[in-house]
Design a binder for this molecule. Structure first.
Ligand SMILES: NC(=O)C1=CN([C@@H]2O[C@H](COP(=O)(O)OP(=O)(O)OC[C@H]3O[C@@H](n4cnc5c(N)ncnc54)[C@H](O)[C@@H]3O)[C@@H](O)[C@H]2O)C=CC1
Ligand SMILES: O=C([O-])CC(=O)C(=O)O
Length: 329
């Protein structure tokens, strides 16, 4: 029997990540080759026409799995019946903007979107926030969706995870497929901590294989943490195709499961594991089983890692306090 299509809502659909993302969703890379999808695109009124142009191109691909495209400028309509929501559209930081202004501007986007998800999304809704500051935007949306289990709100650190795998593989001269069990901890920001102490290269400990602490603290960690800025500097625009790719990876693994013997990284609501205050949306080592993220437990955290995890979690705590003060959560 033909499967019922899955409703996938994408915000910021006319933006550069949207352009790289929508064709991959429609081609079956998000939910697998047997799952038909309906796209529900949300844009601001001024960008609806551009979204319509992208929809025309999607039509022109004649993707067998694509069963419909609807375009909205109202979050209530866009999230109605959504099974998967990719929250990409956000207010970028502009010149002279303070962090508080950025959080406030994004609160104006993610609060109504959380409310709309609460009001009308499907019972199995899964939310991935990509728009920056992703962790705190996810926290704001989650705070306004009290009827949705908090665990359904996540933020993207998969791009950082993939960047770290690539950097580590290059250092060791191995294919990326040899690297497993790498972790991004904390915030999707320059304070994030890419951790190779539990990572493996072809089954052996990666930190021992690297055996170069100067490279680890002086090159690897800052390269991964500042990669977004380096891309902006080189391309004159922020990462788009690689961000879309990571969003596909995140949702694909969440719905269909992570491979046995490995884990990935995702920012999910903390249950207090590894000393991360409960309720913060922070990146952890995670596996997905039966459609739910689970934090990998029992990893030993040495002083080097502890200090870095704590610094990033401290930043998340400050962002949470700032949005609390602004009355956004
Ligand atoms: N978590 C991560 O790893 C990454 C996050 N990002 C973030 O993703 C976001 C999107 O990036 P781009 O696509 O390059 O930006 P972009 O500026 O090309 O597109 C953003 C789109 O969002 C739309 N938008 C703004 N407010 C909206 C609202 N209230 N509802 C619906 N749509 C709205 C805009 O009209 C625009 O079309 C940015 O915040 C960027 O910083 C980018 C790369 C990686
Ligand atoms: O700062 C940005 O907009 C881009 C970003 O998050 C990244 O590439 O990691």
């Amino acid at each position: 029997m033909a499967q019922v299509p899955v409703n996938v809502t994408v915000t910021g659909a006319a933006g550069q990540i949207g352009y790289a993302l929508l064709f991959r969703i429609a081609s079956g890379q998000l939910l697998g080759p047997d799952t038909p999808v309906k796209l529900r695109l949300l844009e601001i009124p001024q960008a609806v026409k551009a979204a319509e142009g992208t929809a025309m191109e999607l039509d022109d691909c004649a993707f067998p799995l694509l069963r419909g495209i609807d375009i909205f400028d109202d979050p209530r309509q866009a999230f109605d019946g959504a099974n998967v929501a990719l929250l990409v559209g956000a207010r970028p930081r502009t010149k002279g903007m303070e962090r508080g202004d950025l959080l406030e501007a994004n609160g104006g986007i993610f609060k109504p979107q959380g409310e709309a998800i609460n009001a009308g999304a499907a019972d199995d809704i899964r939310v991935l926030v990509v728009g920056n500051p992703a962790n705190t935007n996810a926290l704001i949306a989650q705070a306004h969706a009290p009827d949705v289990p908090a665990e359904r709100f996540t933020a993207m650190t998969r791009l950082d995870h993939n960047r770290a795998i690539s950097q580590l593989a290059a250092k060791l001269g191995v294919p990326v497929t040899d690297i497993s069990k790498l972790t991004i901890w904390g915030n999707h920001s320059a304070t994030q901590y890419p951790d190779i102490f539990h990572a493996e290269v072809a089954g052996k400990n990666a930190a021992e294989a690297v055996n170069d602490e100067a490279w680890l603290s002086g090159t690897f960690i800052p390269t991964v943490a500042k990669r977004g800025a380096a891309i902006i500097e080189a391309r004159g625009a922020s990462s788009a195709a690689s961000a879309a790719n990571a969003a596909i990876d995140h949702v694909h693994d969440w719905v269909l499961g992570t491979p046995e013997g490995d884990w990935t990284s995702a920012a999910i609501v903390s249950d207090g594991s590894y000393g991360v205050p409960e309720g913060l949306i922070s990146s952890f080592p995670v596996v997905s089983r039966d459609g739910r993220w689970e934090i990998v437990q029992g990893l030993e955290i040495d002083a080097f890692s502890r200090e870095r995890i704590d610094a990033s979690v401290q930043e998340l705590t400050e962002e949470r306090d700032a949005v609390r003060k602004l009355g956004l959560i």
